[in-house]
Every structure is written in structure tokens, then in C-alpha cells.
Design a protein around this ligand. Sequence first.
Ligand code: ATP
Ligand code: MG
Length: 290
Amino acid sequence: MSNGNGRLKLALQKDGRITEESIALLRAAGMNFEFTVRSLFSPCTNFPLDLLSLRDDDIPEYVQDGVSDLGIVGANVVEEKGAKVTVVEGLGFGKCRLAICVPRNGNLTDLGSLRGKRIATSYPKTLGRFLSSRQISADIVEISGSVEITPALNVADATCDILSTGSTARVNGLQPLLTVMESEAVLIANEDVLESRANNEIDRLLTRIRSSLRARGNKYVMMNAPLTSVEKLKELVPGMKSPTVVPLANRDLVSIQSVVGEEVLWEVIEQLKRAGASDIVVTPIEKIIP
Ligand code: ATP
Ligand code: MG
């Protein structure tokens, strides 16, 4: 426990790309708090949890040292800082990759061609580990921002930078050569706090966060179907796990209810219709508690 007052601390990015979705996740998990960019400290009013807003670079170390019990930060930052923390859960947002990019139409065309070249990055440790694991020695030029312009300035021959769509690289005449790591926002925890479970509030909080994560990307689907087609429906629809079948007042009909993944939803609905389902209702799911 990081302080003596029995309240958990969770560090999140103060003002950046993963701030909004971190807040949305905590709210979806039922946490009630006010959050402004200016406040370092946001207490939850309905749970013993205080939010700390920080530069994302500081989050892994603060969690490692127990200044904060938990944190939400990009996996790329955890990797770069080499912090000893437990990664509790991937959160499914802030997806990006750390990639080596080279000038388009240049003579750097594979990993081997990077030998002895200058590579600019804000991720020197991650890049260094990657290169040495592949026996490539190159000059790592540490730059804190706007890495993509360094080849044009002749500060570097290539870059190693975070990409999501790759459009920033493209407009700067660069193209990705290879991926160093895939990343997403992760929930991290202080190792001691998690192991000792000195604070069982942490389990309560994790249960709530996980129940919201599980609900994401799923829909609840209800439909009517002739009794005779139930077996066919169950078998036809791979997206449906053990559906609930409820008899209706009309004995020839049943109501079928199930959870369906959003990415296959329309395919499933089309199959259901073909198999005789009607009056299909799709609703969002807020939480799934196993
Ligand atoms: P801070 O001021 O907190 O230090 P930052 O400038 O270091 O912020 P952001 O640009 O806000 O960081 O990015 C935060 C995280 O969002 C990144 O570490 C990465 O995990 C993730 N991310 C997702 N997509 C992108 C992207 N296209 N570019 C940069 N980061 C991205
Ligand atoms: Mg940062």
C-alpha cells in the first residue's frame, strides 16, 4: 500500500493520446470522479481510489516504486522504462507499433542494411535491445520528439518511432521497414501490492474493470424463432455460445438470447434470419461478470 489511508492509487496519463479512453474505462467500471487536466489528484467518490495524473513516462516507475499501486500506460512505455511491474491486463485501446522506418526509394531495404547507420528514436533502450538481439550494431540517436523529420535533416538515416496508421511517416517520405514491438494501453500493478493482496480493494477494482472490458465488443441478441428451428439455429451460429432458450405464450415459438461478438454480428444476424429467426433485437452490454 502506497499510503496509510487505505485508498488505492491509480496513475493515468494526464493529457495525451490514451487519457480519454483511460477515463472512459474507469467510468465504465463504475468509478465516479471529476477529472480535469489541471488536477494532479482526483478522488473517486464511490470507491477508495485516487487517480494521479502524470506524464506517461513517469507512470511505470511510480508503479514500480509503489508511489502508485496501479497505472494505465502504453506497453511501449513499460518496455522502454524496463520497469519491474506486473502487467495485469491489455486494455484494447492505444494500439500502435514501434517500427523502424527508412526513406522511401533509398538503399536501406532490410535489417542488415542498417549496420553502422544512424537511427533516431525516443525509444533507445527498446531499439538497442532489439538490434543487439539480432546482432546489428547501429548508432542510436536519442531524440525526444518529431523523430520523423530527422532523416530529412540528415540527423539520422532511419527512425524507430510509434506508428498507428503510418501516415506521419509517409508524409515525411518514410516507410516502415520492420516492427520492433506491437503495443496497446495496459493496466499495470505494483508487484508487492498485487502479490500480498494487502489491500483487497484491488481485487474489487480489478473485477469491475474486467467486467467492463469483457462487455466491450459484445452485443446481447434476442430473437424469436420457431421451436422447430432451434437446433438448426444453435448449430448454424458459431458466434453464439450456449444461448438461452425461453418458451413463449405461442407454443410454436421460442425466444433465443445470446451474447455475440460485434465483429461477427452482421454475419450472425444474416444466418439467423435465413434459419427462421425474426424480431431480432440487438442491445449493448454494460458489464459481464463471470
Ligand atoms: P506525455 O506528455 O504524457 O509524455 P507523450 O507525448 O509521451 O505524452 P502520447 O503521444 O500522448 O505520449 O502517446 C501516449 C501513448 O499512446 C503512446 O506511448 C502509445 O502507447 C500510444 N499511441 C497510440 N497511437 C499512437 C500514435 N499514433 N502515436 C503516438 N502514440 C500512440
Ligand atoms: Mg511521454
